[in-house]
Design a protein around this ligand. Structure first.
Ligand SMILES: [Fe+2]
Length: 201
């Protein structure tokens, strides 16, 4: 991944230092991590085109950096016009920094078993804005490109090797969960020792 710029390399150095210091303490990681990610997405001149390519049918998740000890990973999330995720969780903390375009994020809470899922808040993300998700404060959401006519891109940092984490998608009407492992859109250039099965949504 050495085609990534000095700006990105500095971001990785700063984030690695934060993880070294804070360990898994989210009360430190999330506020300090937001500041570091804000600095990265303050300018949109560093992401190589190969990690900014949309797919006509599916949103893309390109791995930009994986910590050697799987303590965190960084991806570019690329939305084609009008694309959206299913309702899903993360099971690890996450930071979302908007780089280009915009996103609409809808949060959900699990209701009684077999009942429709409850919407519990929504946000619109614009370039430069950083948001967070966490299993502690709520990490179930559905995200869509705010635009029907252009590509949007956000940079995500997760508390694990997110493409290898087993998590869930949810049926909005019943809350029934179905496990999935996302993988990465650039699997061909990703080195990994994980044997987890892959299924890209
Ligand atoms: Fe998400």
């Amino acid at each position: 991944m050495n085609i990534l710029s000095g700006r990105f390399q500095k971001f990785i150095r700063n984030f690695t230092q934060l993880i070294d210091t804070a360990g898994g303490d989210e009360s430190l990681l999330i506020p300090r991590g937001k500041v570091i990610l804000s600095q990265l997405v303050a300018a949109d001149d560093w992401l190589p085109d190969r990690y900014a390519q949309p797919h006509p049918q599916y949103y893309q998740q390109y791995l930009l950096h994986a910590d050697p000890s799987d303590r965190f990973s960084v991806v570019s999330f690329v939305w084609g016009p009008g694309q959206k995720t299913p309702i899903h969780n993360h099971t690890v903390w996450g930071l979302i920094g908007m780089l280009r375009g915009g996103e609409h994020a809808e949060n959900f809470c699990l209701g009684a078993e077999g009942r429709p899922m409850q919407a519990c808040g929504a946000q619109q993300l614009r370039p430069g804005v950083v948001e967070s998700v966490s299993p502690i404060t709520g990490d179930i959401h559905r995200v869509s490109n705010l635009f029907e006519d252009r590509v949007s891109i956000s940079i995500h940092v997760y508390g694990g090797n997110i493409g290898r984490v087993c998590r869930d998608v949810f049926d909005p009407q019943s809350g029934t969960r179905k496990p999935f492992v996302s993988g990465y859109s650039n699997e061909g250039e990703v080195c990994t020792t994980s044997a987890a099965p892959l299924r890209v949504l």
